[in-house]
Design a protein around this ligand. Structure first.
Ligand code: ZN
Length: 490
């Protein structure tokens, strides 16, 4: 009794779905539960004592399906920047998955978002590691949408005190690398950056790649679309470009790999920039109707499916997205609940909770009043060893129906010491609901000491399945939220 069709597959070939995990590589058995319902869970210190309903939920969960979904999102689609074609492809994938799960009324909720400016770094001679993403940010104040430029890399060190090579010809057609201006106020920093870029352009550079300062461990700097003019953040396009050559902002790990390579041998890169304007992002929804009907209570299970520039977003928040899709498949087949269960995936969370705030703003007060709870899942499967605590994060800092249910479910699953008390923290889509008094919280594996302790691959090209996903932690997250939401919906 498993989902494998055909009889000629060896046990070994059925067990080839691999994913990183704390302490090693996990093997996920295709079409099988991760463990027996009554087994002691990884990282827990006691066995479970499950309710009848819990048992139905945990026996239905298939980690192999969640991993396959995560491969589509983080590997086939990759970075999913709000409003871009990649984000739309992820929305369509989620919509199709919810439809296939048999959920009712799969639908998109579109909303407008700001322009985006992206770059791709190519490696024509195949010198750089290809197990991380080489997307970067493009400056909106510099060259965009031109032909791909290819050139030798010249590192001039600090942008504020560049070491230009004695041979001026070395810069002609080169891709110039420099540490971004740092030691100044934000406005001065932008002016120093612009002066450097214009000097590189005057000397004949084909493109500039600016390198971020290293952050303090475990933080690592993200890629960014760097500005060359001071802004208040409200400047509307179109801008007058400061420079005509492309200017890229890379992530800390990309900086390290570029400098490691040029320390050993010459490097050629190609650079492509693209502007994305007039954008629409989407929330994705589907329902499992409850006995109480359309006027009855609604329980949301949610995550956000977008990611930041350069980040494949395996844990942030591919993990919450695939949790939502897998629980759709599981809960759809269980005995009906009183409440409708709504699967919700937010677009453009990373741009400031735009999708969830838009959704909440569209709801009538009657619709808001019917929401019994919103279980938000943002970063629920990191393999970072120190992330041993499952955090219960409330924007208001106080508990509600969702925190009560998850705490109780965690205790039934044997996760007493690992689950945090209700802790004040916003910065994910639960905040949009709690801002208007709707019961919600965000649930996430993070460092023991504080929920601010996030894994090093966070918002980075290293947020991949291989480098940042534990299928054990992701599976436990699915169990906790599945049991909690199913209980609240009864
Ligand atoms: Zn996130």
């Amino acid at each position: 009794m498993n989902d494998i069709s055909g009889t000629d597959q060896s046990t070994l070939s059925r067990r080839t779905l691999l994913a990183g995990a704390a302490g090693g590589v996990a093997v996920v058995a295709a079409g099988q539960p991760a463990w027996a319902a009554d087994a002691t869970r990884p990282g827990s210190v006691r066995g479970p004592s499950l309710a009848v309903r819990d048992r139905l939920v945990v026996q239905g969960i298939r980690p192999s399906r969640a991993l396959a979904d995560l491969q589509v999102l983080s590997e086939r689609i990759g970075p999913r920047i709000g409003g871009t074609a990649a984000e739309k492809a992820a929305a369509e994938f989620a919509l199709t998955s919810l439809r296939s799960a048999g959920c009712s009324n799969p639908r998109l909720e579109p909303f407008a978002v700001a322009d985006k400016f992206l770059a791709d770094i190519g490696d024509p001679d195949g010198q750089l590691p290809d197990d991380i993403c080489w997307q970067a940010g493009a400056s909106p104040d510099a060259g965009l949408d031109g032909p791909t430029v290819t050139g030798n890399v010249v590192d001039v060190k600090a942008a504020t005190a560049p070491a230009w090579p004695a041979d001026a010809a070395a810069i002609t057609g080169a891709i110039v690398l420099a540490d971004d201006a740092q030691d100044a106020t934000p406005a001065t920093r932008v002016n120093l950056r612009a002066a450097f870029v214009l000097e590189a352009q005057r000397r004949g550079a084909a493109a500039v790649i600016l390198l971020p300062a290293d952050l303090e461990y475990p933080r690592r700097a993200s890629a960014a679309s760097l500005r060359l003019v001071p802004t208040t953040g409200t400047t509307a396009p179109p801008w007058t470009p400061v420079a005509t050559i492309p200017v890229l902002g890379v992530a800390q790990v990309q900086k390290r790999l570029l400098r490691e390579e040029i320390a050993v041998r010459p490097l050629r890169l190609s650079v492509t920039t693209t502007s994305h304007r007039g954008l629409t992002s989407n929330n994705v929804f589907a329902d499992i109707p409850g006995r109480a009907g359309a006027a009855g209570p609604v329980v949301y299970i949610s995550g956000h499916y977008d990611s930041v520039i350069g980040a494949p977003g395996a844990n942030d928040d591919g993990s919450g997205t695939v949790l939502t899709l897998e629980l759709a498949r599981v809960l759809r087949k269980l005995p009906k609940t009183e409440a409708t269960i709504r699967l919700a995936l937010w677009g453009s969370e990373e741009q400031g909770l735009i999708g969830s705030r838009y959704h909440v703003a569209q709801l009538s007060s009657a619709e808001r009043g019917r929401i019994a709870g919103v279980f938000q899942n943002d970063m629920v499967g990191t393999s970072w060893s120190p992330a041993t605590r499952y955090w219960v994060l409330s924007f208001s800092g106080t508990g509600n129906a969702t925190t009560d249910q998850v705490t109780a479910a965690a205790q039934r699953l044997g996760y007493d010491p690992q689950i945090s008390p209700v802790t004040q923290r916003g910065a994910s889509d639960h905040q949009s609901f709690q801002e208007v008094g709707i019961a919600s919280a965000n649930f996430s594996w993070r460092g023991e000491a504080t929920p601010a302790l996030l894994e090093p691959p966070y918002h980075s090209p290293e947020d991949t399945i291989e480098k940042n996903i534990s299928m054990d932690r992701l599976t436990v997250s699915m169990e906790m939220i599945g049991c909690a939401a199913y209980a609240l919906a009864h």
